[in-house]
Design a protein around this ligand. Structure first.
Ligand code: 5GP
Length: 213
C-alpha cells in the first residue's frame, strides 16, 4: 500500500479536529503529523504531542531553512507542517492525518500532490455560528476576525476533492473513513499494478498456449 496524506479543512468550529482524533483512535493505518505553532499551549496540551510550541523567532528560522511543507498565519499565530513529520509517518507506512487551515492545505498539496483533500462543512449557518461562539473566549474584535476567516475558508470549498457535512459526528467519521478506504483502492494508488496485471496476463497466455497444443 502507498500511504498518503489526508487533509481535513473546515471553517473554525467545523469539527475537523474531533473527526481527526476519532479516526486516529479507530484506525491503526493512520498517523498524525504534529504541527508547529507560535501560539501558547492550552492547559491540557503537551509539547510534541499536540504541537511543537516554538517562539516566533525559532519558527521563522526553521521556515528560512526550508523545513516546512506549508505554513500559514491563523488568528495572529504562525502554524506550519514540518516536512520531516510527514515523511516520518509515511515511512512508518501510515496515512498522515492533517488538521490544517485552508491556506496551508493548498500549499501542502503542491508539496505532496498525492494528498486527499476533504472539506468539512457545518450542517447550517446557525450551527456554524453556535460552534464559533462556543469556542470564542476572546474579545469582540477577535470574534469578527474569526467570522471573517470562517467566511474566507468557506469560499475555498471548490479546491477540495471531497465534502463531508458534519451533522452527526459518528456519520461524519464513518464517511471520512470510507473516503480513505476508497482512495486506497483507487487505480493510481495501487502499488505495482502493472506488475500484478502483467503476471496475471502471462499466466493466462501460458494456459491458452497449453490448450492450443
Ligand atoms: P488551534 O490553535 O485552535 O489549535 O488551531 C487553529 C487553526 O490552525 C485550525 O484551523 C487548525 O486547523 C490550524 N492549524 C493547525 N496546525 C496547522 C498547520 O500545521 N498548518 C496550518 N496551515 N494550519 C494549522
Amino acid at each position: 500500500m502507498n500511504p498518503f496524506p489526508v487533509i481535513l479543512s473546515a471553517p473554525s468550529g467545523g469539527g475537523k479536529t474531533t473527526i481527526a482524533r476519532a479516526l486516529l483512535a479507530q484506525r491503526s493505518d493512520l498517523g498524525y503529523s504534529v504541527s508547529c505553532t507560535t501560539r501558547a499551549p492550552r492547559p491540557a496540551e503537551r509539547d510534541g504531542r499536540d504541537y511543537y510550541f516554538l517562539s516566533r523567532r525559532e519558527f521563522i528560522e526553521r521556515q528560512q531553512r526550508g523545513e516546512f511543507a506549508e505554513s500559514a498565519e491563523v488568528h495572529g499565530n504562525l502554524y506550519g507542517t514540518l516536512q520531516s513529520e510527514v515523511n516520518r509517518v509515511l515511512r512508518a507506512g501510515q496515512h498522515v492525518m492533517m488538521d490544517i487551515d485552508v491556506q496551508g492545505a493548498l500549499q501542502f498539496r503542491r508539496a505532496f500532490p498525492q494528498s486527499v483533500t476533504i472539506f468539512v462543512l457545518p450542517p447550517s449557518g446557525e450551527v456554524l455560528l453556535q460552534r464559533l461562539r462556543e469556542r470564542d473566549t476572546e474579545s469582540g474584535s477577535q470574534v469578527v476576525a474569526r467570522l471573517q476567516s470562517a467566511l474566507q475558508e468557506l469560499q475555498a470549498v471548490d479546491e477540495y476533492q471531497y465534502v463531508v457535512v458534519n451533522d452527526d459526528l459518528d456519520s461524519a467519521v464513518k464517511l471520512v473513513s470510507s473516503i480513505i478506504d476508497a482512495e486506497v483502492a483507487s487505480r493510481d494508488r495501487v502499488a505495482n499494478l502493472r506488475l500484478q496485471v502483467t503476471q496475471l496476463i502471462e499466466r493466462l497466455e501460458l494456459e491458452i498456449e497449453n490448450h492450443s497444443h
